[in-house]
Design a protein around this ligand. Sequence first.
Ligand code: NAI
Length: 782
Amino acid sequence: MPTVKEILDTMDYGPAPESTTEVRAWLETRGTFGHFIDGAFVLASDSFATRNPATAEVLAQVAQGSGADIETAVTAARRAQPAWAALSGHERARWLYALARHLQKRARFLAVLETLDNGKPIRESRDIDIPLAIRHFYHHAGWAEMAEAEFPTLAPHGVCGQIIPWNFPLLMLAWKVAPALAAGNTVVLKPAEQTPLTALAFAEICAEVGLPAGVVNIVTGDGRTGAALVGAKVDKIAFTGSTEVGRMIRRATAGSGKALTLELGGKSPFIVFADADLDAAVEGVVNAIWFNQGQVCCAGSRILVAESVAKLFTERLTARLQKLRTGDPLDKCTDMGAIVSPEQLSRIRALVAQGEAAGATLVQCEGQLPAQGSFYAPGLLMGADPANPASVEEIFGPVATLTSFRTPDEAVQLANNTRYGLAASIWSETITLALDIAAQVKAGVIWINGTNLFDAAAGFGGMRESGFGREGGREGMEAYLKPSAPPRAMPEAAAGGLDAAPMPGAPSAGQPAIDRTAKLYIGDKQTRPDSGHSYRVAPQGREIGLAPLGSRKDIRNAVEAAHKAGSWGKTTGHNRAQVLYYLAENLAARQAEFEARLTEMGADPSEADATIRRAFYYAAWADKFDGAVKSTQSAKVTLAINEPWGVMGVVCPDASPLLGFASLVLPAIAMGNRVVVVPSTSMPFAATDLYQVFDTSDLPGGVVNIVTGAKDELAKTLAQHDDVAALWYVGDAQGRTMVEAESAGDLKATWAIGNRDWTDAQGRDFLTRATQIKTIWVPYGT
Ligand code: NAI
């Protein structure tokens, strides 16, 4: 008779397949799918096959969207939008609840369809993807209900173009469609070419519930269809996918005025400290990188483990690895399903081979893989150094690198050694350590003693090259809204100064003898420009002095000085408030002097008083722009913390030389940013004179750096600079296009606007734009 231990060791799972009968019958009756436009399915001239990646069988023929199809869909969405937005929030909520209920009714059907089309295990589509998608519609029905009360000064963008990837097809659709509709937008959504079927089933549900025609339009197709949508007459583009395509979209939309959110790739660290619950951390890895075939943008694909437990942890992890079951995704006992497509499988193989060639060793699960279909055995790449391609590139497959670290500082350094910043997972039983590391890791979402947790109430999105904008929660709703009354546009001042050729030295004999030889203000001192040149400042044709002609080098020096002033971001809001009050008082003491200077430059002297008020206003805000605690999952507290960007570029309007400067710089520094500012080119002295006020107000050196000169040249350098995290620019259409296009390199967040009336340019919007939200999931209660 076998012992219990022998039984346990030899026991195997029986097959537990999920039935596909209902889904197959549905596919058969549909045959070929058209696009869903204006409330009905319309056939297209061109189509392609969508396949089951686990078997390579063709599931259905799907329309390949053309530019004309996109145009028809956008026209339908445009036609439907005013009536949709005119519904009360309550009425829109009723529609969203109806969608949620219908999704819920067909949850099992949708889970099977998702698994067939994507290859992910039924356990995941059934227990994670579909329930979360339903939750999104319920949650956003609630936001619709509250829209008038909660967002009284905001309005929908209009028509939103939405492009989603293949890794969470229906969930990504829900993330995008639910907030857009709740806010009063209509949408044209393009699902990924590999996984269009649940979006088409959703279209059918829209028709079933009787959603007004044109509110939701689904156009299927590949990247060409996506590119046509980006170029169409839409008001906003929301994209989730690869960083490479995100960058293309940033360039393509530059200067178009289209709102943009990008949720891109990641190379997220999974940090295990010596005092972590190692067994829980091992299961965390299983969740983070293996259960979902590693096809998650926030997958913890770089495991960093404390050296003292690295051996033990690796042993337990590799033992667990060998127990993973890869196979039929429809079997309820399968841990890992198929890779979405043969192309993605080749990409994974190529990247792993590059990792091995660069010195890493692959340890893989030795279990059998199905003979056909796109399967890849889960694995670990050991000994990949930080420069190894496997440590740098997003593999997007079930393979993580595993390396060790010695100290928490080294862990942070390794964690941040990436151009991405989507997520991070931190494992430690010591709360002080875990939260200290959470504060230092540059990522939009951080899980403590957990991983891959999502909820409709929690913001999700990245930092750095993982994109910008948040999805989920209030912040996700706000991304689908804009001010209902845009600020009053103002003409720009005639940019006088630089029309004259730059000239070296002091004013030449015979010039009006106003001795105005300002300097740059970098770090804690005034300096001469690297060029050694100045330019003639002559607003309204009357020369009033010379200003330094800053160059790329000066911008680089200023960025460096700003980085050195990092402690400003860590000091308390109270301390920053005190400095800003002091600054306001010092400015008030010299109000008459500033008024005289503004008059001398031909600017409005009342800017001085308004600037003083603005300094008091942001001093008041400095310790009050709180984050939030989100109501997400049980046994969790989910924090949304407003963090400063770090170093920001601020390019000021030419007009309103003092108030424009103050309206942009004050909220930025109130939130803990350090700024490199390009002041008005034609009237720079209003800003450069401020350095004396800064000096006497205990503003630490390096927090505000001022570089005068040719606006767009300096703006371009800021846009291209990898160590500038965000850039605000006020200027003409050409300049705005340039700034948005040039910032695509490192995907920095930009805010490029035309000149406006600055008298009322203050409020929460400026503070929201001066910060980025870090979502932190912490264990809490039981
Ligand atoms: P992709 O970025 O090409 O595709 C995502 C979506 O964008 C799809 O709907 C696609 O049709 C569309 N698209 C492609 N080119 C476009 C263009 N020029 N303009 C507008 N839309 C366009 O990603 P792909 O090729 O499926 O995967 C490549 C790599 O991207 C993966 O190996 C992975 O590293 C990464 N990826 C990251 C995702 C994330 O969630 N962050 C999701 C999918 C892929």
